[in-house]
Design a protein around this ligand. Sequence first.
Ligand code: MG
Length: 504
Amino acid sequence: MSRERFDELRGRLAEIADLVKTVALLGWDQQVMMPPRGAEIRAEQLATVGRIAHEKFISPEIGKLIDDLRGWGEEQDYDSLEASLVRVAARDWEKASKVPPDLRAEISRSAALANPVWVEARKNNDFDSFLPVLRKNLDLRKRYIDCFEIEDEPYDIVLDDYERGMRTKEVRRIFDYLKEHQSPLVKEVAAQGENGPREHEFPIEQQKVFELEVAHAFGFTDDAWRLDPTVHPFASGTGITDIRITTRYFTDHLGGLFGTMHEFGHGLYERQIDPALDRTPLARGVSLGMHESQSRMWENLVGRSLPFWRHFFPRLQALYPDTLGGYDVDRWYREVNVVEPSLIRVEADEATYNLHIILRFELEQAMLADEFPLEQLPDEWNSRMWDYLGITVPDDTQGVLQDVHWSGGSIGYFPTYALGNLISAQIWERVVADLPDLYDSFEQGEFAPLRDWLRENLHRLGRKYTPGETLERVVGTSQIDPEPYVRYLREKLAAIYGIPATVA
Ligand code: MG
C-alpha cells in the first residue's frame, strides 16, 4: 500500500518538476531568444505556469500523501531515493504551504513591476524614484517572514529560502572572521602600490573560439549543453541532459571568459546529478551557496590558476598576437589575479568580493529591522564602502542601485555568494589531498580527474540531503569554515604581491 502511495507522490512530483523546468525554459528563452515585444505576454505565461506548479504542490492531496508516507519513509534506508524524497518533499511542503497564495502572487507582481523602475532609476542615478518600490518590496518581505515562527532572528527565515538550515548568527560569525582576516589582506596588497594599466583589445570572434575550447576541455559536450550570449549571464536548462549556459563579451578585457567558466561550474553541478533523481525535486544543487562554490571553483580555483594558464596561455597568445605579444604566462597570470578595491560587486576580484557581500548582508538586516529611514540607505551604503573597501562612491548608479536583487524583492540571497567562495576552498583542500597530480593534469589540459571527483563526492547527491549533511559528506564537517579561503588567498597573493605568506 505504501509503495503505491509513494509511486503516486512521485508521479505528482514529476509533473510538478516538468512544470518547474518549463518555467526555466520560458525564462531562458526570454533572456536569450525572445524578441523584445514578447515581454508582456511572456510575463503572463511565466506567472501562469509558475502558479499552476505552486498550486499543484501545496494541494491537500500532496499534503495527505506526505503525511501518509512520513513513517514509511523513515523506515527506508536514509540514503535511498524513497527516504530522501519523502523527507525533502515534506520539508518543502511545510514551508511552501505556510505562505498564502495571495501574498505569494503580490510578491511576484511587485517584483515584476519594480524591475523596470529599478532599470530607469539606475540609468538616471535617481534613488528617490526607486524608493517607493523598494519600500513595497520590503514590506511584502516582512509580511512573508510573519508567515513563519521565528526561533531566533527574522532574517533566518529568508536566509533559509536560499541556504536551508543556515542561521543569521552563523553567517555573522563567519563574516566577522572575514572582516578580521580578509580585509587586512586587501590593505596589505594596496600598500604594494598601483597595479599597472590594463587596457587591451580582445576582438570577440577569437574570444568565442577560445572559450569554447576551454569549455570543451572542462567537459562541455555539444549533445547535452548550449552556450549562448545574453545580457546578464546565468545557467539554466530543462534537465540533467539539457544544460544551458550563457555569457557575454567585452572587447577590452576577458571578463566574459571567466563568466563562461563560472556558469560552466553551475552547469556541471546539474549535469552530474544522479540520473535516477531526474524529474524529482532532488534533481538540483542542494543550496545556492553550494552551487556558487562550484561556479567559483571553475572560475577561480581552476580558471585563475597558474597550471591552467600554463596550458592555455600559448593558445590565447596565438589568438591575440598583437595584444599579448609582449606577455609571458607569469605576467598574464598576475594580471588575471589583480587585486583592486572596486565599486561593482560582479567585477570584484577574489580578495575584495566577499567584502561587497558583507555590506549587503548588514544592510538587509538593518532594513528589515527599520534601523534607519530608508531614505538614508545610500548614505549607509556609501559609508560602508569606505569602511570595508576604502573607496568613495561617486553616485548611486555605481552604489546602492547597482544590483538587481532588491528590485526583485530578494532579501537573504547575497550571503550565499560569499558562502560559496568559502565552501569552494574547503572542498578544494579535499580535492588536492585526494588528487596529488591535479595541477599536473591541468597543465596537460586534462580536467576529467577533477570533474569525476566532484561527481562522485558531491554532484551525484543532488538535493537528497540538507546542505549541512551534504557538506559533511564532501569535507567531513557540516560547518562552513572561512579559514581555508583566507589561507588560499594569502598564499596566492603572497606569491603574486610579495606580502607575507603567514601572519604572526
Ligand atoms: Mg553564480
